[in-house]
Design a protein around this ligand. Structure first.
Ligand code: BGC
Length: 359
């Protein structure tokens, strides 16, 4: 086993006057990650295939300017509130808060998405790389002021990426607000196990450990229903090629232009498996484990396909899949669902592991 190590270089991006850095993390198990302090973006992630050949398996750009802030949030940390809040409004402690409602699916009325106009993905965070035993990682910290993007409360937030000798990438989130506020953090990396210019992920076999999804209206806001996946294109419980049913005539698939939905995980409280991904072509595997109750699976249906990705080719439709562990979208307006409100002085905590392998 190799010794874990890291190196630091300039990322070549200056955002809002701040120069971003890039950290290369060499894991003891062989996985190598390049991550930036600009939104904690995963720039490259090399994992072995079944013959041990390494390939970068995350969608992204050679030109640093490709990693721009905002949609579609390539590789980023997402906060303060990942996913959608209907009409950008919620009420907390009797006060109605109004947030930017800039995201607009065709037929929708606008909603708050991934923290607003400038979410936590679009900041250069403080970053401390570390080696600890067989682990290597980076700790990112950021302070979001009271009123940031319309949300109440100043939040001190810390996200730790750890790469272990077992080729696990662990993401630990911690955030402490000084007023009650909603917090729902996630990671928005898009995987494609065929690597750059790999085309679509429709041939990847995905498993989602969930009996139910939360269907949405045409603005992609949950209707409140918790719908069994049984007999629908959303049934990934036994593993299915992503492309197997993605083009079936189905109202939900039309609203999302494919999969862009929240599954309610079967696991009970605590840490458990959420999903798995497998590329039959090269054997690469991934398991996603989390403390979160739900997962948004998004098959890059809305990306801008004229953008040039790694290798100089244009991004292709459905070029990646994001497996975003989270609380359900619009939870601030769904008191009957597990709450995303964090009380002043309390610590929000969430952990997700991406476990890489090959078979
Ligand atoms: C959302 C998509 C959105 C994408 C990029 C996903 O989490 O569910 O609807 O297009 O992020 O912004």
């Amino acid at each position: 086993m190799a010794k874990p190590s890291y190196s630091v270089e300039d990322f070549g991006v200056t955002k809002y006057g701040e120069k971003a850095k890039k950290f290369t993390l060499n894991g003891a198990g062989g996985v190598v990650m390049e991550v930036s302090d600009y939104g904690g973006k995963i720039v490259k992630l090399f994992t072995p295939d079944r013959d041990g050949a390494m390939k970068d398996v995350v969608v992204g750009f050679d030109d640093p300017s490709g990693w721009d802030d905002g949609d579609p949030y390539w590789g980023s940390i997402i906060g303060r509130y990942g996913n959608r809040i209907a009409a950008g409004r919620f009420t907390l402690n009797g006060v109605e808060y109004r947030l930017p409602a800039l995201n607009n699916a065709p037929g929708g009325v606008g909603c708050n998405l991934h923290g607003g106009a400038r979410g936590w993905d679009a900041y250069v965070w403080c970053a401390e790389p570390f080696v600890s035993g067989d682990d290597v990682g980076v700790t990112f910290t950021h302070v979001s002021p009271d009123g940031d993007e319309g949300f109440p409360g100043r939040v001190e937030v810390k996200v730790t990426y750890t790469l272990t000798a077992a080729n696990v990438w662990r993401v630990e989130y911690e955030a402490v607000p000084d007023r009650d506020t909603p917090i729902n953090m996630t990671q928005h990396v898009y995987f494609n196990f065929k690597g750059e210019s790999g085309g679509t992920i429709e041939d990847h076999v995905m498993t989602i450990d969930a009996d139910c999804v939360t269907p949405t209206d045409k603005g992609q806001i949950p209707t409140g229903e918790i719908r069994p996946v049984d007999g629908t294109p959303f049934d990934f419980r036994r593993g299915m090629r992503i492309g197997e049913r993605i083009n079936e005539p189905d109202e939900q698939l039309e609203f999302g232009k494919g999969y862009d939905h929240n599954w309610v995980l079967n696991k009970k409280e605590g840490f458990g498996r959420a999903a798995a991904l497998y590329c039959p072509l090269n054997g690469r595997t991934l398991e996603v484990w989390t403390t979160e109750p739900c997962i948004q699976v998004y098959t890059a249906n809305w990306a801008s396909y004229d953008q040039k990705a790694k290798g100089g080719e244009h991004l292709s439709f459905r070029c990646g899949v994001a497996l975003e562990t989270q609380h359900a979208p619009d939870s601030p307006n769904r008191p009957e669902w597990p709450t995303t409100f964090v009380k002043a002085g309390e610590t929000y905590r969430s952990t997700t592991e991406f476990r890489f392998g090959a078979k």
